[in-house]
Structure formats: C-alpha cells, structure tokens
Design a protein around this ligand. Structure first.
Ligand SMILES: *Cc1c(COP(=O)(O)O)cnc(C)c1O
Length: 448
C-alpha cells in the first residue's frame, strides 16, 4: 500500500493521495499530511544534477503517489513542465531561484500545472468537479490557467477587489469558459473564510467541491521539487548545506521546503520572510500565537495573510497541533523549530530599499515578494558572518512586470514584459461582485 494521508485534526479517516487531492480540505476541516515522508538516497540526489526538471518532479511525485502508472505519471510531468526555473548567481555564495518562468509568471504555476492533470486523473466520466479558490493575487491566475478548458472541471475564483493589481486581476478575469471569477469587497482572509465555509456546508454536499488552494496536498508536493532541483544544480558535493530564503504568505511554498528537508535535503536554515503580517515571526519568538485580523496591506500583496493556512502543517511536522481556527491545541517542539527556521518580518520601506539597492549593486531587478526574501537573507548574513561561505538560495516568486507601477516608482524603469503578460490588455474582462458575506456566496453556489 502506498502512502496514506491523515488530517491534521485527526478526526477524519486516512485516505490515499488521489482521494485527498479531490477532497481538498479533510472532512474534519483539517489538512491532509503524508503519514510517512519518503527519504531520497544520496545517489539519487546526485543523479538529479544534469536531469531535466520534469524528471526530478517525476521522481519525487512517484515516491508519494500510487494509483497511477509510471508511464502516465512521467507523461503528465513532462507535459506540465515545458518550462523550468532559472538560477541566477549574485554576489558571494548567494543565488536567486527565479520561479517566474511559467504561463502566469508566478511560482504558483509550478504547483498548478502539475495539480490540474492529477485532479483530472481520477475524475469519472460525466462527473463535474467545482474547484473553489480564494486568492490574494497569484493563485487565482495560476489555477485559472492550469485548469482552463480541462473537461468536467469548473473553476470558481474569489479575490479581494482592492488587493490585487490590475494585471493580476486580468490574468483571471479574461479567460472565460470554465473559469468564473468573483470580486469580493473584503480581504483575502474573507475570501478564504467563505471558501472554507462552503466546503463544510452540509447543504452543498450534492455539489462536488474541491480546492486548489495551497491547502490541497497536490500543490505542496510539487513545490518540494524546485528546492531539490536548485540544490542539485549548484552543489559539487552531496551533503553541502544550503540556506533557503522564502517569501511567505500562506506558507505553501515553505511547506515544500520542509517536505524536501524531510526527504533528506541538507537544509541548514530556512529563512521564512514575511511582510508586515508578522504573526509567524512573533509566534516563533514567543511560542504564543495570535492571528492578525484584518491582515495588513503591503506591497508584496500575495503575502497579505494574517493567518497562514499551512501553519497547521508546519506545526504538525514539529509534533504540535493547531486547529483550523488557529487555536494551538498542542505546542510543537519550539526549540527544534527554531533550530531550522529563522523567521523575520520585513517592512514595505525595507522592501523598497532592497529593490533599489539590489538594482544598484547587483544590476538585478527584483519584485516586492522576492525582495522580502532577499532582504531577509541579507540581514541574516550580516548577523551571521560565519555563514558567508554557505550556499544561499533566495526565491523570486513572480516576474517584476507583474508589478510595473511599484517598480517604476522605485527604479524609474519599466520592467521587461514577458509574453504571457503582454497580451492581457487586449482581452475582455468578466467577473461578478459580491460582499464578504457567506449567505450571498451560498446563494450563488446553490444556483450552480
Ligand atoms: C502566493 C505568493 C507568495 C506566497 O506564497 P505562499 O505559499 O502563500 O507562502 C509569494 N510570492 C508570490 C508572488 C505569490 O504569488
């Protein structure tokens, strides 16, 4: 039997991978986690150094999945990853991992492009699946693109009307077909709460609802792949340690790193860099958790999250338990967590300064999310001079052209626009508006 998945609330039956994927959130409102995290042997890690990205993805996914043949999985990986990340060397031992090379120019493409064929895989003929997604910016467009025109799947996206950029909005609202979008007059957290409420609503049981948010396990596992890929492209000797710096909002990205660490990737330190939504850095320091309500608006808008859904999983990995409301039921091993994770909150002021400094000093144009991580890494290295010779990889999670107004204000230049973004202005937008009110959302769903 392959790996089973349990709920972090421990009140739902264990399931196989594909059931967990189609269910999204577990019936007890917990999140699915693999019962066992398989290790990767040194020799296998070494073998990745000249491999194609899709081959590494196939290897990692194969460890977690059953219910799909080897040929089928390999073909799906190959089709999903016609693009791959880009590594850029900066000063010292610092590197930037650009994850903006997919169809919507955000790192979320790496998960979404793989998740859509996996979700389609077990869907019966004639069955209709409705995917509900709350987005703070980039999830919606990545999901919409990955699932656009996939038969038997309807996509419904909720986004906070005032917190996404025009480009981010257009990437979701111009697709049409099986992609429907709702502009909510509220925050990302309101959108997420509406989606979660719908999943738990008994009256909607007749609809087959699923989630493509980072609460879905099918997004997390593919996100462990780029850490493994990046590391194996750069090291000369397996076992050399690496520091990753990750711009974090809902913690899906950082959970990918934790899975890779559990699989044996020699991570010395994970820098979890947040914007002013500093609930996690505060928790790591004090052991006391309180979410931030409402979440704070920052220029790294896809990270404006006052309570990261995947925190529950992080706490689970370190032996604690947190329920879906953010209540800490059992404390995790804080010392162990602090040994691996360095968490820091970066202000908008420092984010802007970092974009300006990096352009001046390294001739690299960062965007606000990647700059949060880059700044955090720089500060960490200043405090820890002993790490000057350690391999460092900071993640860039979006293309600067997604934030032209902000970049222009800071640098006085317009970032180069990739093709995926340049065609948006010619397309027609279509979305409906809704209050941040579950009753209205229920009414909409009930009429589907
Ligand atoms: C979603 C997003 C993040 C945050 O990732 P999480 O997995 O939610 O922590 C960071 N940067 C960009 C550009 C994003 O779209």
């Amino acid at each position: 039997m392959g790996i089973q998945f349990y709920s972090t609330n421990f009140r739902a039956p264990k399931t196989d991978f594909f059931t967990a994927v189609l269910t999204g959130q577990a019936p007890d409102r917990g999140l699915y986690m693999p019962e066992r995290i398989p290790g990767i042997a040194k020799a296998d890690f070494l073998g990745f150094s000249g491999a194609q990205y899709y081959e590494v993805a196939n290897f990692v996914l194969r460890l977690f999945l059953d219910g799909i043949s080897d040929e089928d999985l390999l073909a799906k990986c190959k089709k999903a990853y016609s693009f791959m990340p880009r590594l850029e060397k900066a000063s010292g031992k610092k590197h930037i991992l650009w994850l903006d090379t997919g169809p919507t120019a955000s790192f979320k493409d790496f998960a979404a492009q793989m998740m859509s064929p996996l979700m389609g895989h077990k869907l019966g003929r004639g069955e209709k699946l409705i995917i509900l997604t709350a987005t703070s910016g980039d999830t919606g467009s990545a999901i919409a693109n990955a699932f656009h025109n996939i038969p038997n799947i309807e996509i419904l996206i909720l986004f906070p009307i005032d917190e996404v950029t025009p480009n981010q909005r257009k990437q979701m609202t111009t697709l049409g077909g099986n992609v429907k979008t709702i502009a909510v007059s509220g925050k990302f957290d309101d959108c997420q709460a509406m989606v979660k409420e719908a999943f738990a609503d008994e009256r909607l049981k007749k609809l087959k609802l699923s989630s493509a948010n980072s609460i879905n396990i099918a997004r997390l596992i593919p996100q462990s792949v780029y850490y493994i890929w990046a590391y194996t492209q750069l090291v000369k000797e397996m076992g050399e340690e690496v520091i990753f710096s990750i711009p974090s909002g809902n913690f899906g990205d950082m959970m990918g790193a934790l899975l890779a660490w559990k699989m044996g990737l020699p991570i010395r330190k994970l820098i979890v860099a947040t914007n002013a939504n500093d609930e996690f850095p505060a928790f790591l320091a004090s052991g006391q958790y309180s979410k931030i309500e409402p979440s704070r608006m920052c220029i790294s808008n896809a990270m404006n999250v006052g309570h990261p859904s995947n925190l529950t999983r992080l706490i689970d990995i370190f032996g604690g338990q947190m329920d879906e409301k953010g209540m800490l039921l059992k404390a995790p091993d804080m010392e162990k967590m602090r040994g691996l994770i360095h968490a820091v909150s970066v202000s908008d002021g420092d984010t802007r300064k970092c974009i300006a400094d990096t352009y001046r000093e390294e001739a690299i144009v960062l965007e606000p999310h990647g700059a949060v991580a880059w700044y955090a890494l720089g500060e960490f290295l200043k405090e820890h001079k002993e790490e000057a010779e350690t391999l460092c990889i900071s993640l860039e999670t979006a293309n600067p052209a997604k934030f032209p107004e902000e970049i222009n204000k800071i640098l006085g230049i317009s970032p180069a626009v990739p093709e995926s973004l340049s065609k948006l202005d010619k397309l027609k937008e279509d979305y409906i508006k809704m209050d941040a009110d579950y009753k209205a959302f229920y009414g909409y769903l009930a009429r589907l």
